[in-house]
Design a protein around this ligand. Structure first.
Ligand SMILES: [Zn+2]
Ligand SMILES: [Zn+2]
Length: 154
């Protein structure tokens, strides 16, 4: 059985980067990816899921320290395979969803719920998945279900 790779992960990391000669250009990840973001086995156990990280997250943490659990990494250059730390910024999940055109992003850009209640600070609940929820509508729904319960009871 082969033991863990003795080389520090960062040394192996650079082998997968196309070019990091110019500080300002994109450093393209040439290793494995998940169809969008680069993937890196930080080791020591290549097959352990805990050792499998996104390449851009690995390099961000290498330079700037660990990323808080509820935060995500944004590519300022919009090149998902780029691992240039100066192109990366830490952002909240909600921030990140304001970019792009996936349904969640479009939803996140809306300034009001579908009934027109504003998504302002006092009327908005940020759910665990980063989606917003309208307090006015939630209150209305809670009232309706409370009324229904009362009605059922007679
Ligand atoms: Zn870049
Ligand atoms: Zn509403």
């Amino acid at each position: 059985m082969k033991g863990p790779d003795p080389k520090p992960p960062i040394e192996r990391f650079w082998k997968y980067v196309k070019s990091h000669l110019e500080a300002s250009s994109c450093w393209i990840w040439m290793g494995g990816n998940n169809g969008k973001y680069g993937r890196f086995y930080r080791g020591p156990h290549r097959d352990s899921p805990q050792c499998r990280v996104y390449a851009h997250r690995f390099i961000y943490e290498h330079y700037f320290g660990s990323i808080p659990d509820n935060m995500t990494i944004n590519h300022l250059c919009e090149v998902p395979l780029c691992v240039n730390p100066s192109h990366l910024e830490v952002a909240t999940m909600a921030d990140n969803m304001r970019y792009g055109n996936n349904p969640t992003a479009i939803k996140a850009r809306q300034t009001a719920c579908k009934y027109g209640h504003p998504f302002d600070e006092s009327n908005t609940i940020i759910k665990g998945n980063g989606c917003r929820s309208c307090k006015t509508c939630n209150r209305a729904r809670a009232l309706v279900s409370a009324n229904n319960r009362r009605k059922r009871r007679g």
